[in-house]
Structures are given as C-alpha cells and as structure tokens.
Design a protein around this ligand. Sequence first.
Ligand code: GLC
Length: 548
Amino acid sequence: MTQELTSPSPAPQAAGPDGARGWWRDAVIYQVYVRSFADSDGDGIGDLRGVRDRLPHLKELGVDAVWLTPFYASPQADGGYDVADYRAVDPLFGTLADAGDLIRTAHDLGLRVIVDVVPNHTSDRHPWFQDPELARQRYVFRPGKGAHGELPPNDWESVFGGPAWTRTDRGDWYLHLFAPEQPDLDWERPEVHEEFAAILRFWLELGVDGFRVDVAHGMIKAPGLPDIGHGEQARLIGSQVLPFFDQDGVHAIHRTWRRLLDEHTGSSGREVIGVAEAWAPSVERLALYVRPDELHQAFNFQFLNTPWEVAALREVIDSSLAATVAVGAPTTWVLSNHDVVRHTTRLGGLARARAATLLMLALPGSAYLYQGEELGLPEVVDLPAEARQDPAFFRGRLGVDGSEAVGASGTSGQDGFRDGCRVPLPWSGELPPYGFGPGGSWLPQPVDWGRLSVAAQTGDPASTLELYRSALALRRRLPGLGDGEMAWQPAPAGVLALRRPGMLCAVNTLDRDVEVPVPGELLLASAPVAADGGSAVLPGDSCTWWAI
Ligand code: GLC
C-alpha cells in the first residue's frame, strides 16, 4: 500500500550563497554545545575560538548551518541557559569580537550561524532581578499561601525537580520553572517584549542567521496560575498542555518575532529564521509554532521519542508530515541534543543509530545533528557523581516539597542524565582530552574514546564519520532528498521502505537479515549489504539508500 504525501512548499533555491530563500526548508543544521566542542585556551571548557578553529570539520562534514548553545554572560547554573547579560559573551567562552570572528569565518565557509535566545527566564544575576523593585515588575512574584504566606503560591513543580517557587527574604515567592537561579520573566510586561526585540536585533546586526528559541512553549502562563492537582508534572511535559507550558498566548510572541525576523530579511537580504524548542503534546500542536506567520522550524521531539519499531516510526512520520504540510512548513527532524540520551544509547546500539540517522536524512524537510553523533558517540553513563554538573541531576532527587527524596518513586523532575551527552568531543590522539584542547576537559572522557576521534575515523569507510559525510554529500547531490514528496512502498514485515524522487530508502528494524528484491543501484548503506543476482540482504538494524 502506498500513500502519497505531497508538500505544498515552493521548491527550495539551491543551497549556498547568502540570499537563497527557503534555505532552511531542507537544511542540515549542526548543534554545537560550545563548552564541549573544542577548547582553545586550555581551561578545559570549550570556547568560541575553539569552535571557529574547528569549523572546517563542519564544512567537510557537509552541514549547512551551525546552532551555537548559549555563550552569553552567565553564572553557569544551567550550562549558560541562565543568562545575566544577553549582549555579552561570557569570559569562559571568549569575547564579543570572538563571536563576530566566528560568524564571519562561518560565512566565509558558506555556513550559516544560529544562536540560542533564552526568553522564558534570565539568571538571578541579571540586573533586572538584582534590583528588588524592578524584579517585582518584570518577573513572576506572588504572595505565598498559608496563614503566614509560608506555602508556595501554587503546586507547580520545576522541570528539574522540586517546587517551582522560591521564597525571598522579603517573604514573597518567585516562579522558576527550571532552577531557582532561573527566575521566569513576566511576559505580560511590555518592557520584557521590548528588551527581547532589542536583543534579537543586536545579534542580527552582528550577522547571525537565526535563533533557536529556548522553551518557546513557556513564557505565557494560564491566568490565575491554577494548581495542577497532582505531582510528577515533569513527566507530563510534551504529552499534555500544562498551565505553564504550551499556552495559546505564546503564539502572539512568535508572531511578533517573525515580523522582526522578516523585516531584517527584507533589509539585509539574508533570510533569517527562528526555530522553536517547543515541547508540545502532539505533532498538531507543535505545527502551530510553524504557521506561516510564526517561527520557521520546530524540533520534532515526537520523532526523537519514537521507539525503533516499524508501526511507530511510520505513524510518527505520517502524522508529522501531515501536521506540518497542513500549515505549509517542512518538518524538522532530530534524534539527539544536549538534553536527551544520545541516540546510539537510547535506541540500543550503534547499528540502530546509524540506521536511524540515514532514515532521518532521507525524510522530507530539515534535520538537526548534535555534535558527536557523527562519531557515533554513546551516552557516557558512568560519570562519577562528583563530576556531575547538571542542575537536573541535583534537583531531580528532590521531592515535590523540596526535601531530599528517598528513592526514585519520591522524586520529581527530569532524571538528570544530561551530563552524559555533554562530554567533550574526541578529536585526535589516544589519551584524554583527545585533542579537545591544550588542557583537560570539564567532564571526564571515557578511556576508550581514542578510536572514536575525528582523526581515527577519517578515511575509514566503515566509520560513522564517513557514513555521515557520504550521506550529507548525497543529500546535496540528489535532488530528490530534502524538501519534497515522499511515498511509502510495500515492504516485508519489519521493514520500512520509502520513496523519494529518484531514490528509495529501506530500513530493516529487525535484528536479523531480511531478503528483498534489489530495488536499484546501492547508494549508501549503514551496514554491509550482500546482493546476489536479483535479491539483496538487508542486515538487521540497517538502513540503505538506493537509486531507482
Ligand atoms: C531548554 C534547554 C535546556 C535548559 C532549559 C532551561 O530545554 O535545552 O538545556 O536546561 O531549556 O533553559
């Protein structure tokens, strides 16, 4: 049974020179987690010069753009997602001049640059929060409940665990959906809107090509801040509309930002974009963020969370495409980022990860890669507790009343596994820090990562790095990949077969070989394929691309 899916999008212009409209509709965008990418000064923490110096790796890999995680002035309570000054570079990462230099070097290489913007909350060290009067105007402060205001204003929990409220020494409470060092801004206040518009313009003038909008589903809270009525709220994120997430009011903000981005596109001739990090309960609600007058892209976390199973994959691909086609946007696929278990580990092994990546890159739309996935890095699951840094690791152990919880069942919040996907990259050599920098690395790297380094994998046709390079080169070469049409093809049980113009992608999700008639000329395979006469053997947990 075949099902035709047609994207109504205009054909994208050739990728490459600035000015190409719609470049993002099929772009492959590489996420750089700055503190773990490359360290230029030996303090063990990656920085902007480190990124700049390694940009040739990304050019060679074949991506179109780079997304840089926050490098702004920050006390680093949450890896820089606690911003104290949105217009300054943290000395840990370099200077504003380094940022400009990085952007220019990237542009010279033909790479676009997207930066993070964090509008839901600031750092508690932000000047607005440091001033008690200003803070009460621009953040979410409420009196407590109970006879003496000793109880939090409502029952909301922090995404990282524990209560979402902290009491000040003045006796009132402020809201923080994440760590207490990340107070939520009050987006009912016009000054907040004005400030963020100015911040966006500041970075646009510095030459960035777009923004990844952190917690784009936050910002607006349900009127009256109603109780939820039960605990374990973090587990509902992405499956339910909550009074603090995915409120309809956030869309007005995204519409304003889209106008601002479009104005800049009009005046500069460079098409600048916004990508939403939005944890929405369904692909249909997620698609609302990419309506024509809102942001350009939204990460498809439903796809990321799908198990390695034919029916589930097919369902999420169909529903994602249908939901985004309905609003005229492409789908934005992603398998890994700095907040989730790396897909090599999450899916149960490198074979599946390689296959999942080839599947993702064959789907219509755009895709995000997370640094290190091109090396097949696994999640580091045995980091010692004393090395851990993620606030979700520490707060994840808190009960809903803020006390230290006993045992997993009493905990709230994210599991706090995020350090394991943030271990600095191995570039070369046999010993840590594997060329990450002249010093050490802020999280310890496994002793066997020498074999996974960029240098070790370069030139080895069986390596994951060369698989990614080949896939991205083919994606550029084959007009049928990227944005456009897709149709399912009949396939044996356990196999997904999808056709793009001129090519076919076959995924064997089973753990054993499946024999199929040879569909055409083999273009790329995540595992060795044996073809004999008219039939080919698709190895277990593999993906193959065929020219037809
Ligand atoms: C986003 C970021 C995550 C951060 C959180 C709070 O989810 O990806 O790393 O902790 O927002 O800013």
